[in-house]
Design a binder for this molecule. Sequence first.
Ligand SMILES: Nc1nc2c(ncn2[C@@H]2O[C@H](COP(=O)(O)OP(=O)(O)OP(=O)(O)O)[C@@H](O)[C@H]2O)c(=O)[nH]1
Ligand SMILES: [Mg+2]
Ligand SMILES: [Zn+2]
Length: 353
Amino acid sequence: MTIHLDDLAEFGWNLFFSTQLDPDDISKAVAVRVMAVHRNALEVAGPDLAQKVPPYFLDENGEPDNATVGDWLLLDPQTLRPYRRLHRKSLFQRRAAGTQNKPQLIAANIDTLFIVTSCNQDFNIARLERYLVMAREADVNPVIIITKADLVDAPQEYVQAASKLQPGLLVEALNARDPKCIDHLAPWCTQGQTIAMIGSSGVGKSTLVNTLSGTQKIPTQDIREDDGKGRHTTSGRTLYRLPGGGWIMDTPGMRELQLTDVKAGIETVFADILELQGQCKFNDCQHEAEPGCAVMAALDKGDLDAERYGRWKKLAAEEAFNTSTQIGRRSRDRNFGKSIKNALKAKRKRDKE
Ligand SMILES: Nc1nc2c(ncn2[C@@H]2O[C@H](COP(=O)(O)OP(=O)(O)OP(=O)(O)O)[C@@H](O)[C@H]2O)c(=O)[nH]1
Ligand SMILES: [Mg+2]
Ligand SMILES: [Zn+2]
């Protein structure tokens, strides 16, 4: 077998992956993309092949590895078993609440994250901010999608509230059941692009995939009338082909989301607060009563929104706590202020380079 790079483009392949192949791979391997995950198997597909492979395998060096939706695998042409996973352009992973286990791989090689919420009780600024932090951490471009715009009089109010989360943030309000929304989302749906979605159950993730792909093949279900919550209709994670050539991944609604190892994501979403921190007179300023505190000054002047500052404090503390318990070093908590400073210094240095 020979890998025909042109044929792979249809599956989201691009130069980032080509550069990882040796001439040997090109002449003999079979390259496939993981299209769906099941309990004991991955569904993979490529130009000439669609089949199941085990999620855990030994690579060519005998090292154990595992793959998730969106990953690219090279298969041995004879046995059709994976022998290498290509390096990922991006990766989403999470730890379930209260577990010390290895992170669960959610999705790989994603270009855009649709953060989905609705014009109803589901809309929650603090939750959107958590998703944004995840997107920035994974180096994936976020777009906030607010569904059910057809059910309220003033969807723009939701758009305005979400737009305040970060300067330049892309926010779209739409009716996920209406094919007209395809036009709004077309820029992210072109060949070579892969979209993942995140959002609570019932916000319309599967509905959006059905509309964008022009089919009604994914089951959807009405939300509960009393509290507006969804019924956890989707269970697995699967990639679907879009008419524009891109791919979109449907996922189940997240029940809970713990933030661990997302320091860089928090730094990006709250870059302005980190900037201010760096201007405080004292290195270990707690922004409570110290003289020369730039954070307090900005709060007083109204340059920094007090609620946003409160959310940052909560997120930063949570991430520090989770990350330190995860690696068993509680002492890290006390050093958190310092580590933020160091992170800021490192970021400045990176920006200068
Ligand atoms: N009016 C209206 N209804 C919508 C819209 N988007 C989704 N719905 C409805 O909301 C309900 C839930 O939609 P789903 O697509 O099943 O939600 P989901 O996000 O996939 O939910 P899970 O699979 O449980 O995570 C369905 O009855 C949809 O028809 C919208 O923009 N407008
Ligand atoms: Mg669904
Ligand atoms: Zn301060």
